[in-house]
Write a protein that binds this ligand. Structure first.
Ligand code: ADP
Ligand code: MG
Ligand code: MG
Length: 916
């Protein structure tokens, strides 16, 4: 039988870094560190397979695991020279969760396991530190009661407050007016003496007995079994589920469970614990960076209750830096971090504990980082010859560079600074203050931009953090929960903003002048607007304008490497010259979709458009349409100039005509007056145009089948504009695209129309420009009959928005009510309007591509739906071998990077590029 347990310790390990699927990230990292000779307390990992078997067995450990467990504990005992359950040399362990993908803080971990009253006495004797032994026990009971026995935390909080008040009285501190937070500051955990701790422990046990009807378990083996059950069980707690859904982590993976000998950072002033990064996770700068707390256990840093100190010197808190306080341990940590980064060839995020001067590493993993940091780290590591350019391209999550492409605060805008905190996660965010995660979710669902303001966040707040634009916390450092999670989500976060005090429904901000003298305070309530700058840690009052992102430097270098390996072209959906310019700045290689209807909503133009709609006969229609021609021609001229040398695909009018008519009374009257018709006539026209299901109604090329004048005008405008700019010397490549085609015959008619107008225009202008003619494929019938359709079409552009709607028979606008449930229940792996439904819609894309190519070898194929900017969909389009994807201008760099990664993963890089 395969082993259920993998051991590590004393410079050896059964597992290694490649075994994340089996040992979880944490277990694999500990095994690898142990092999490298990095100081790691010994322990062992129960595999994710045991977790899966645990669930399959209805919540019981599989046969044989218990024997392996006893044997493994025996090996740990040998290495540390203690005994599990021994009163003379007690071995305590932590029981830690850890899945294949890191899910920080989402699952449970229990520290200091293996204690009862007798063992505590033994531990006190052996360490000569009774306070420490009792503190370890009361912490253990607290977590164990919550995590394993399911006792509500609240009563324990009360017990702790009572203990603090007693201690305060003993210390002769007047505590009658102190609130709980102030009390904690005056009487920290370290001020609780043995007697206070003993009282607290007794009270905790009473709470457990009252809540569960059973005494707190004294048998270390029973404790261990309970903890392992709870850790496996925590895979399915609510917050872990939410996190998995957000990050696309499969439910089936399960968590591993690591049991490890404890080391103690809370044994006095020569002990401590901290978190370190080999590079700055916020900016990517190559500097060792982190935080620590003296005389503390690991959980204290993450909890954010005490404000941690820096590791290195060089700031305002040098006196309390680890470098100054424990130079030897610091030097050793520096050596270890350099070794780990070099070994893993990526930025590491490490947990460490120092027990009486000796350093131990407790975790290492590839650190989470902002998009900005990801780009900088990848590029710098190439320069340091740590990784290759292709590796760098694969390192950066395309979704994460979104942050770089968005605006930051306008430096010249007037701003009123409210407060300064830590720059925990960059980006500018403006929104209304909300105080709870639930409220954040509620307001965001109503379309409001909100900033979640909390004293500190905990994993229970995750849904609110997801819904908020930004997060502001009063407490906690750069590695607090809020900071880590916000960086992972790419959200703006200012943490540890200590001048802010957060009440139930009010924030009070203490104000200071430039010299730091207090000048008063300001109160804000829910709904007040603030702006965060997560890059500088500043908080401002009100909304502040923003400026566009800078795309040069490291970002430019990485994108150049990506462009060097991708096969597919990337175009943009751009309707105006302005959008076309933005797109080109972002690296678009053409316009994949220029929608013409947007051009008609302008005040002047809509009049002519309405006149056309109301026209009673062909002549009146012609007259109205002719008024539109110059406007339309100007639009195309502008786009062609911006896209000189690159293809521009223009889609002829697509939406149903009623969209252009007003519905409200005042507007109806105005229109009647302008056009000199009666209101009644417009109302009648509105009724005539009314459709039960406009999405499937009189739209797309169906408009031109009945009223060819519109398309005739549009084709004329396109080709006249093309001739005009060609005369200026602009290299112009128009592509005329017919929407909503379903049969060959439709396209025959459209082709005749286009050729007829082209001949007229070219003879009038005395010059010819070459252009392409093609169609959208956005109806299942068109995909199926793609062979015939390709007889006329020189290109297909897959309109995957409509193709998804028509293939699934789901209207995107009406899907909100049930699509969430479809994703929750696994009917769809993800929202098919965001990420292409590979099996259904994708299969049609593939089929149409094959049939199109069979009829017309070399037919040009692209995508212009939302999916063109979605990395997962881009991977699929590379597989089908499309020539290009087209997406909104801001997503062009994301698509370029995604296309490069898709090519590297499919092995299609390095060959010739797709034709443009
Ligand atoms: P998480 O995944 O939430 O970080 P961990 O399992 O890493 O949970 O543990 C929580 C905290 O407890 C961390 O700070 C970790 O360093 C600390 N810790 C875990 N095991 C031990 C141990 N054996 N000795 C000392 N501290 C530990
Ligand atoms: Mg950890
Ligand atoms: Mg469409």
């Amino acid at each position: 039988m395969v082993s259920s347990i993998y051991f590590f310790g004393a410079g050896r390990a059964d597992g290694d870094a490649t075994m994340k699927a089996l040992l979880g990230g944490k277990g694999a990292g500990l095994a690898e560190m142990s092999r490298l000779g990095v100081p790691v307390p010994p322990g062992f990992t129960l595999t994710t397979e045991v977790c899966t078997a645990f669930y399959a067995g209805g919540g019981a450990l599989p046969d044989g695991v218990e024997e392996e467990l006893r044997e493994a504990i025996g090996r740990v005992e040998k290495i540390v020279g203690g005994g599990f359950g021994s009163t003379t040399a007690p071995l305590l362990v932590s029981v830690r969760s850890g899945a294949r993908a890191s899910m920080p803080g989402m699952m449970d971990t229990i520290l200091n396991l293996g204690l009862n009253d007798a063992i505590v006495a033994g531990l006190a004797e052996r360490t000569g530190n009774e306070r420490f032994a009792l503190d370890a026990y009361r912490r253990f009971i607290l977590t164990y009661a919550g995590v394993v026995l399911g006792v509500e935390r609240e009563q324990f909080e009360e017990a702790l407050v009572t203990a603090r008040r007693k201690a305060a009285t003993a210390l002769k501190i007047d505590h009658s007016r102190l609130n709980n937070a102030e009390l904690e500051r005056k009487v920290p955990d370290s001020a609780l003496d043995p007697e206070a701790l003993r009282g607290l422990i007794a009270r905790q046990k009473e709470i457990v007995l009252a809540a569960t009807g059973k005494s707190f378990p004294d048998d270390p083996w029973a404790q261990l079994e309970g903890a392992i059950h709870a850790v496996f069980g925590s895979w399915n707690n609510q917050r872990a589920k939410v996190y998995r859904k957000m990050h696309g982590i499969p439910e089936s993976w399960g968590t591993a469970c690591t049991v490890q000998a404890m080391v103690f950072g809370n044994m006095g002033d020569d002990s401590g614990t901290g978190v370190a990064f080999t590079r700055d996770p916020s900016t990517g700068e190559r500097r060792f960076f982190g935080e620590w707390l003296p005389n503390a256990q690991g959980e204290d840093v993450v909890a954010g209750v005490r404000t941690p100190h820096p590791l290195s010197k060089g700031g305002s808190d040098d006196e309390r830096s680890l470098e100054v306080r424990m130079p030897q341990a610091f030097a050793q940590l520096m050596e270890v971090q350099a070794r780990l980064e070099h070994h893993f060839r990526d930025m590491q995020d490490m947990e460490f504990t120092i027990q009486e001067g000796s350093l131990y590493l407790l975790q290492t993993r590839n650190g989470k980082r902002t998009g900005r940091a990801a780009v900088r780290i990848a590029v710098e590591m190439v320069k340091e010859k740590l990784i290759t350019q292709n590796e760098a391209v694969l390192r950066v999550d395309p979704g994460s560079i979104d942050q770089l492409l968005h605006p930051s605060l306008d430096p010249s805008a007037p701003k009123e600074i409210l407060a300064r905190g830590l720059p925990a996660s960059p980006g500018a965010a403006t929104g209304e203050i909300v105080f709870t995660a639930d409220e954040a979710e509620r307001r965001a669902a109503q379309g409001k931009a909100v900033i979640l303001v909390r004293a500190e966040t905990s994993p229970e707040d995750i849904h609110g953090m997801k819904a908020a634009r930004g997060i502001l916390t009063a407490r906690g450092g750069m590695t607090s929960h809020a900071a880590v999670v916000a960086r992972g989500m790419g959200k703006s976060c200012v943490a540890g903003c200590s001048s802010v005090s957060v009440g139930r429904d009010i924030v009070t901000v203490s104000l200071y002048d430039d010299d730091g003298r207090p000048t008063g305070s300001k109160s804000l309530k829910a709904g007040d607007v603030i702006t965060l700058d997560g890059g500088s840690g500043r908080v401002y009052l009100g909304a502040i304008p923003t400026v566009p992102a800078a795309l040069s430097g490291e970002f430019g270098e990485l994108m150049a490497w990506a462009d060097g390996v991708r096969r597919m072209r990337v175009r943009a959906n751009a309707d105006t010259p302005h959008d076309a310019r933005t797109a080109r700045n972002f690296g678009a290689e053409g316009v994949g979709l220029c929608r013409t209807e947007h051009m008609f909503f302008d005040e002047k133009r809509i009049e002519a458009m309405r006149e056309m709609i109301l026209a009673g006969d062909k002549h009146a229609r012609h007259r109205a349409v002719d008024k539109l021609l110059p406007y339309q021609r100007d639009d195309f001229t502008g786009v062609f100039r911006e896209m000189a040398g690159l293809p521009v695909t223009i889609r002829l009018l697509d939406p149903p005509l009623h969209e252009f008519l007003p519905q409200e009374k005042a507007q109806l009257e105005q229109m009647a007056q302008v056009l000199g018709v009666s209101v009644a006539e417009i109302v009648r026209k509105n009724e005539e145009l009314h459709e039960f299901n406009p999405m499937l109604g009189h739209r797309g090329c169906r408009l031109a089948v009945t009223y060819p004048e519109i398309y005739e005008m549009q084709v004329r405008a396109i080709l006249e504009a093309a001739c005009d700019v060609a005369a200026e010397g602009v290299d112009v490549h128009p592509e005329i695209m017919i929407p909503l085609t379903m049969t060959q015959r439709e396209l025959t008619l459209m082709r005749e129309l286009v050729d007829r107008i082209a001949e007229q225009v070219f003879s009038e202008k005395g010059r010819k420009v070459s252009f392409h003619f093609g169609t959208m494929i956005e109806l299942p019938r068109a995909a199926i009959r793609a062979g015939e359709i390709a007889e006329h079409a020189e290109f297909f552009s897959f309109g995957t928005n409509d193709l998804t709607q028509t293939t699934l028979g789901i209207s995107r606008d009406d899907a909100g009510k049930f699509l969430g449930a479809y994703v929750d229940l696994g009917i769809f792996p993800s929202d098919p309007f965001q990420s292409i439904d590979v099996d259904g819609v994708g299969a049609l894309v593939e089929l149409a591509s094959e049939r199109g190519r069979a009829k017309r070898p070399g037919i040009h194929l692209g995508v212009c739906g939302e999916h063109g900017g979605d990395p997962a969909s881009v991977t699929f389009f590379e597989k089908v071998g499309l020539d290009y994807v087209s997406c909104s201008p801001f997503r062009v760099p994301i698509a370029r990077l995604a296309a490069a990664q898709a090519a590297l993963n499919a092995g299609t890089h390095g060959g010739p590029k797709a034709t443009d």
